[in-house]
Design a protein. Sequence first.
Length: 553
Amino acid sequence: MPAGQLAASAADELFELASIHKVDTLLSKALSVAVRLLGAEAGSILFQGQPVLVHRAGPFRPEALKRIEHWEQVVSRRLLDTAWHIPTTGALPISTSKAASNQLALVNIPLLRDSTVVGSLSLVLSPGNELTPSLRQLLGQIAQGIGQLASLVAEFESAQQRLNQIGVFYQIGQALVTTFDINQLLSDAMQLAANVIDAGAASIMLIDEDCKELIFEVSHGTRSKMLRQQRIPLDEGIAGWVARHGHPVIANNARTDPRFSHRVDVRTGFLTQSIAAVPLKVKGHIIGVLEVLNKYSGDGFNHGDIQLMNSIAAQVAIAIENARLYQRVQQEKDQIIRAEENARQVLAQSLHEGPLQGLLTVSTRLEQLEGSADVKSKPVQNELEELRKLVRGAIRSTREVLYDLRPAMIETQGLVVALEQYIDQVRAAERFTVHFETIESLKFGSEVAATIFSIVHEAISNIERHAHARNVWLSLEQQDNRCVVAVRDDGRGFDVEAVKIVSGQNEAFGLSMMRERADAIEAALLIESRLQAPNQGTTVQLIISLENLGRNR
């Protein structure tokens, strides 16, 4: 092919390579183009990127390969030491050599990004294939084109990697402020770390200070389930060394590292080839280790991976510390709530069994006295009526206090949790079996929740005292646009109308208070009771419109 056509063909093929966004793939295809257009037997390309990349094409004879490897070592060492610039005003320098045994011509030319050397291209020319001036010019054009393309694609890959890293930090940062589910947060962080660093597995190990061990808290990879909660001594393995010394470690041939321990591999069947590990630190104190295993690329882990891991480890350590602080606060809050609830129960029981029962007894005795022949005089009757009013007022005030002694748990954890705890206490007494059904999605305002709890408590207390029931059914349901709270028992029923008339009795006071509470939240209270089978027992229903369900005090 004439030189002009070769140059045009080279330009076209290099232009097509511009659409490739992986520098590794670009170099492989560019080398194939150079070998074919220049009629070479074989070729090798070196690109001094991060990491250093070398590609070869075609069959190499030992003597030729040895010479080309020497050239590439010289170029690589020089680029590591300093920047190497070549003016682009003239022809690029080309090194040539002859393989003495077979007269093969070997050529080497630098790859350029503008005037900076970024690698080299080496070719093996067969005997009789001379490097003419036109081919020298074409070789120079190809070398400059490959150097420019490879450098641009490498920069694109680096920018993409940085963008991915920023995405990792953003996702971890978002998780820090949106969740205290530490296991899910750490699991997501490990998956992100493994993906971005291109590792086969990732783990977070936390230090158990008491046992002097590292615990595999969260892992990502093929054997992650088997690693969960595995323990290794602090004085064992590369992770143990990092935890003790607080310095990162890269071991790209892990099994030759004297600090490496085979114990975890033996337990899980995982084959560790390379390791990178960094400490997790909070305020200078080491709390664990972040470790990634088995880099997919053949060059292994590098300093850039350690920098990324340190950034992830810093955020993970903050997340762990925040979650621990949150858990401690939750535990302290729960202790306070339990203490308040215990005090409420003691006070409520004391009021119910002490002053309230005494007042009810006094009220009953006063009614008996009113019917006695010894107190028929008008002044005595008037005095008894006044006393009865005072007693009724005291009973009402005491019941008001009892109703207002709702669990603090209603405010902190909601009505359903408070009812569940109350039912557990009732069940523990083994007086009857309680069946509870609810809809978790219903949202109750504080006033409505307190009223529901008070009415449920009063209804079940009445069952305990009077019904002799075997079963009690409590339910919170949504029926159309209403919430229906129902307490039903299979015990001894009562005459609802008769109890309404005898207003001084304990049951009447209870029913009266329940109705007043229901009226306060604009709810309806329905009470049905059957004295005889079938369907013997009592049902108390509180019906609240969904519009009023969210009412607060």
